[in-house]
Every structure is written in structure tokens, then in C-alpha cells.
Design a protein around this ligand. Structure first.
Ligand code: ZN
Length: 152
């Protein structure tokens, strides 16, 4: 089965080398920062929400290959989804990386399944889930709303 893990590894390395959606989003309406002190990963996630639908997602930051690849695949996966669909996907992804997703459900995650191997490495679980936690924080922190806070 080494060819499968090699394939997974090459997907992660590809996304680390040339991550998708790696840019600062000027017209996003939600944003959050995330940090994983265990590894030193840091990233910012931007979202453009149209009502309940995620129109666009982007990120920037520095970190290890796992966190960058995860952010690349996460931003790709949530684009076009509604908030409940994306939250359900996060739940399934989180169960995957913590080794709690039944084997027959792994394929339903598509490319995100490349992270199934991290469940054996607790430190790496944090790297893979950081972009998703940051995404969730962005969903709950509309940038517009924050700017509208009255200045005391
Ligand atoms: Zn990391």
C-alpha cells in the first residue's frame, strides 16, 4: 500500500509548493487569524459570503507543508458551499484526521482524504485542522460587523 501513501504525500507536497487560493482577498467580508504554536503555523483566512453561501475563500500565511496543503484544499473545498454544508464537511474532516471516521465514509471527502494519515501523529492533526478552525472562526466573525462596532 506504499503507493497510496506516496500518492497522498505527493498531493500534499504539490499543494504546499503551489497552494490554491493563496492571496489576500480585498473584497472578503469575513476574516480570521489562526496560530498553531506547537508547529509555528500561522495563517489568515478570508471569506466572501453571499448570504449563507461561501462565494470565495482565500488564505495567506506561513507554516509547514501539512498546514499549507490543508489550507489550499480547505479553501477549494468550501467554495460554493453553504455555511451548514461547510460546517458538516469540517465535522467529517475533523473525524478523519482524528481517526474517528468510518473507513467507508473516507472516500466521501474526495481529495481531503489525503489527510487520513495524519491521525497517527497528534501534532500533525493540529497542522491539518488549523485552517479549518480558522475558517470556522472567520464564518463567525464578519469583517463588516467588526468594523461597525461603535468606537467607545
Ligand atoms: Zn504544522
Amino acid at each position: 500500500m506504499s503507493s497510496i501513501s506516496e500518492l497522498y504525500q505527493s498531493v500534499i507536497l504539490d499543494h504546499n509548493r503551489s497552494p490554491k487560493n493563496y492571496r489576500r482577498m480585498a473584497d472578503g467580508n469575513c476574516t480570521a487569524n489562526g496560530r498553531n504554536p506547537l508547529c509555528g503555523d500561522e495563517l489568515t483566512v478570508w471569506l466572501k459570503l453571499d448570504g449563507e453561501r461561501i462565494e470565495d475563500a482565500a488564505f495567506e500565511g506561513s507554516g509547514c507543508a501539512i498546514s499549507r496543503a490543508s489550507a489550499s484544499l480547505m479553501t477549494t473545498a468550501v467554495k460554493g458551499k453553504t455555511r451548514p454544508e461547510a460546517e458538516e464537511l469540517f465535522d467529517r474532516f475533523h473525524r478523519l484526521v482524528t481517526g474517528r471516521l468510518p473507513g467507508d465514509e473516507v472516500a466521501s471527502l474526495g481529495k481531503l482524504a489525503v489527510f487520513s494519515g495524519v491521525s497517527a501523529y497528534p501534532v500533525r492533526v493540529k497542522c491539518a485542522s488549523l485552517p479549518w478552525h480558522t475558517f470556522k472562526a472567520a464564518l463567525d466573525a464578519p469583517a463588516g460587523a467588526a468594523r461597525q462596532q461603535p468606537i467607545a
